[in-house]
Design a protein around this ligand. Structure first.
Ligand SMILES: NC(=O)c1ccc[n+]([C@@H]2O[C@H](COP(=O)([O-])OP(=O)(O)OC[C@H]3O[C@@H](n4cnc5c(N)ncnc54)[C@H](O)[C@@H]3O)[C@@H](O)[C@H]2O)c1
Length: 304
């Protein structure tokens, strides 16, 4: 046990399994009191159960740490408000919020149902907003706090997961915006893009389309993701704000913020761009050396 987070209280959502569990354990091992939130659902978000949160609380306690369980659904406004209250009621304040909870409902866009879209957006995007929103009320009053969200490298675009990609891109921009809104109150907000062997990545149905391109899920466990999260909660990280960190196996990385790559300009007083001008200029300027990530393919041969 260390004492880098002694006296701090933390909430970790989705902490009953996988990456959330590893982060909750690591925070507790540095002395933080932890609210272990988990709705206890299957990978697709169905069948809630209290078991996973209870088990992690027992594990933390057996190692001499402090923890309580919370079984709320973070996609519910009320449950997420009660989650923040549970931390306040039990530990007196909220210093750290780590949003990890997530589900998968992978499907190519032409097959995706409305429910598959809505449920993934609700849990990841609304769930992250809900918990962060309620936490920020408190952190603003306290004039301090740490928020760490969970995105995915898939936020940059992927096949077979349009709902997940949209949610994870939204989480990156929630992170950057909360960082800008809350920095003045001494609150930092960063995100991790993790990679770890969990039930989310081990299932054979995960992003079927990505596997055809030779995608290999990370083999290492979620304990490799936890240290950077703990670091972001320490005093040394007080000025690290609005960034996305990759964490998978032994590799840690930091992502750049997107900016305009190149531009062309026409004096607006001379009218808007004409198609003839674009046809002339685009191939030698904005579209120069660009590569189609998925060029058209001939139709598959009918199976005999
Ligand atoms: N494992 C990876 O390689 C990987 C890669 C990129 C991103 N991620 C992200 O990391 C996070 C954790 O993934 P994991 O691999 O540990 O998955 P996991 O399935 O092992 O754990 C997710 C946990 O979230 C809980 N949960 C789901 N919906 C919830 C809700 N509405 N309220 C509260 N809890 C809920 C589940 O019960 C589960 O215990 C997710 O946001 C995922 O998108 C994981």
């Amino acid at each position: 046990m260390g004492d880098r987070l002694k006296g701090k209280s933390a909430i970790v959502t989705g902490a009953g399994r996988g990456i959330g569990r590893a982060i909750a354990m690591a925070l507790a091992q540095e002395g933080a009191s932890v609210v272990v939130n988990d709705f206890g659902v299957k990978r697709d978000g169905t069948d809630p159960a209290p078991g996973p949160a209870d088990e992690v609380v027992q594990e933390i306690k057996s190692l001499g740490g402090k923890a309580i369980a919370n079984y709320g659904d973070i996609s519910s406004w009320l449950d997420s408000e009660n989650l923040i209250k549970a931390c306040l009621d039990n530990f007196g304040k909220l210093d750290i919020l780590v949003n990890v909870a997530g589900i998968l409902r992978d499907r190519m866009i032409f097959n995706m149902s409305e429910d598959e879209w809505d449920s993934v957006i609700r849990v990841h995007l609304k769930g992250t907003f809900n918990c962060t929103r309620h936490a920020c009320v408190l952190m603003r009053q306290q004039r301090g706090g740490r928020i760490i969200n969970t995105t995915s490298a898939a936020w940059l675009g992927n096949t077979g997961q349009i709902n997940y990609v949209a949610a994870k891109a939204g989480i990156v921009n929630i992170t950057r915006s909360v960082a800008r809104e809350m920095g003045r109150y001494g609150v930092t907000c960063n995100a991790i893009a993790p990679g770890a062997a969990t039930r989310m990545t081990s299932d054979p149905t995960v992003a079927e389309a990505t596997k055809t391109k030779g995608y290999r899920p990370t083999q290492e466990g979620p304990e490799h993701v936890a240290p950077i999260v703990v670091y972001l909660c320490t005093d040394q990280a007080a000025n690290i704000n609005g960034l996305v960190f990759g964490a998978a196996g032994g590799k840690l990385s930091v992502y750049s913020e997107e900016t305009e790559l190149k531009s062309i300009y026409k004096d607006p007083s001379k009218g808007h761009w004409t198609q003839a001008e674009l046809e002339l200029l685009m191939p030698v300027s904005l579209a120069r050396e660009l590569v189609n990530p998925a060029p058209p393919q001939p139709p598959a041969e009918p199976k005999t």
